[in-house]
Design a protein around this ligand. Structure first.
Ligand code: NAP
Length: 299
C-alpha cells in the first residue's frame, strides 16, 4: 500500500514557518507582509476562497486587506485599484480572485499587477522566469509550487533520472508543474486531451501528476508500481450512499486502485488542496522579504 502524503500536515508546517519568519521580520524592524485580495462580484465559491485566504493571512501575522467590489465594477476602475495597490508600500502581494465578471478581461488585469507583487505567479514576467529557470526571483503559481513540495517530501529536491508525466496543460497548473519538474532534473512529458494512449504513457511515470478536472479518470492500472502520484483534481460528485442529494469530493485519480500500486499518493481532500493557500502565504512572505532587502526564505 502506498504512503499517503499528508498535504494538510505539510501545509500546516509551511504556515507555521511563515508565521515564525514573519515575527522575525517584524522584530527586525520591517513592516508585516501585506496581502491584498481583490474580489469582484458575488460568486459564492470565490467568496469562500477569498475569506479563507484573508483569514490565513491574519493567522500568519500579515497586514491583510480585502477589496470587495460590485459585479458591475468597470475594468478601468479595477485597473486603478491595482495601480494603487502596486504603489502602496504596505502591500507586498496582490491577488485578484478569478473568475472575473465576463465584461472584464482577466488576462489584461493580471498583467497590470506589478510582477514583484504577483504572488499568484500569473504575470508574464513570472511565467517567463519559471520557464527560463530563474527560480530565485520567480513567483511560482501556488498549486504547482505546493505539489512540488509534496513530491520533494517523498523524492528529495533532485529528481535526476526520474521520468514525470503531467496530465493537463493549463497555465495555472499543468505547464508550471512541468517546468518545476524540469528544473528539478526530471524527464518530463505533458499530456492533454489530444494525447494518444494516455494509460500507456502514464505507466512510464515515476512521478505522475493529474491536473485534469475529470473525476477519477486516472485508473489504478495506469500507475507504475512505486510511482509518486500527485492528484491535483478537485471534483464534486453525487454521493447517494451518504443520503439523497449528498455529494463528496474526489480527485482526478481513482484513489482506491492507485493506492495499491503507487509508492506514495496524495489524497483528495487533504493532499494538494491545503498546499495552495500555504504557498500563497509563502509567496507573500517572500515578496516582503525581498522588498526589505532580506534573503528569500526557502520552503
Ligand atoms: N488543489 C488546488 O488547489 C487546485 C488548484 C487549481 C486547480 N485544481 C483542480 O485541478 C484540476 C485541473 O485544473 P486546471 O485549472 O488545470 O483545469 P483546466 O484549465 O480545465 O485544464 C485541464 C487540462 O486537462 C486536460 N484534459 C481534459 N480532459 C482530458 C482527457 N480526457 N485526457 C487528458 N487530458 C485531459 C485538458 O486538455 P486540453 O488542454 O487539451 O483541453 C487541459 O489541459 C481541476 O479539477 C481543478 O479543480 C485544484
Amino acid at each position: 500500500m502506498a504512503e499517503i502524503i499528508d498535504g494538510k500536515a505539510v501545509g500546516e508546517e509551511v504556515v507555521a514557518k511563515v508565521r515564525k519568519l514573519t515575527a522575525e521580520l517584524v522584530a527586525s524592524g520591517s513592516a508585516a507582509p501585506g496581502l491584498a485580495v481583490v474580489i469582484v462580484g458575488e460568486d459564492p465559491a470565490s467568496q469562500v476562497y477569498v475569506a479563507s485566504k484573508s483569514k490565513k493571512a491574519k493567522e500568519c501575522g500579515f497586514h491583510s486587506v480585502q477589496h470587495t467590489l460590485p459585479a458591475e465594477t468597470s475594468e478601468s476602475d479595477l485597473v486603478e485599484l491595482i495601480g494603487n495597490l502596486n504603489a502602496d508600500p504596505k502591500i507586498n502581494g496582490i491577488l485578484v480572485q478569478l473568475p472575473l465578471p465576463a465584461h472584464i478581461d482577466s488576462g489584461r488585469i493580471i498583467q497590470t499587477i506589478s510582477p514583484e507583487k504577483d504572488v499568484d505567479g500569473f504575470h508574464f514576467i513570472n511565467v517567463g522566469k519559471l520557464g527560463t529557470g530563474e527560480l530565485d526571483t520567480a513567483f511560482v503559481p501556488c498549486t504547482p509550487a505546493g505539489s512540488m513540495l509534496l513530491i520533494e517530501r517523498v523524492r528529495g529536491k533532485d529528481l535526476s533520472g526520474l521520468s514525470a508525466v503531467v496530465v493537463g496543460r493549463s497555465n495555472i497548473v499543468g505547464k508550471p508543474m512541468a517546468n518545476l519538474l524540469l528544473a528539478a532534473n526530471c524527464t518530463v512529458t505533458i499530456a492533454h486531451s489530444r494525447t494518444r494512449d494516455l494509460a500507456a504513457l502514464a505507466r512510464t511515470a515515476d512521478i505522475l501528476v493529474a491536473a485534469v478536472g475529470r473525476p477519477e479518470m486516472v485508473k489504478g492500472d495506469w500507475v507504475k508500481p512505486g510511482a509518486t502520484v500527485v492528484d491535483v483534481g478537485i471534483n464534486r460528485i453525487p454521493a447517494p450512499e451518504k443520503g439523497e442529494g449528498k455529494t463528496r469530493l474526489v480527485g482526478d485519480v481513482e484513489f482506491t486502485g492507485a493506492e495499491k500500486v503507487a509508492g506514495a499518493i496524495t489524497p483528495v481532500p487533504g493532499g494538494v488542496g491545503p498546499m495552495t493557500i500555504a504557498m500563497l502565504m509563502a509567496n507573500t512572505l517572500a515578496s516582503a522579504s525581498l522588498a526589505a532587502g532580506r534573503p528569500r526564505p526557502e520552503f
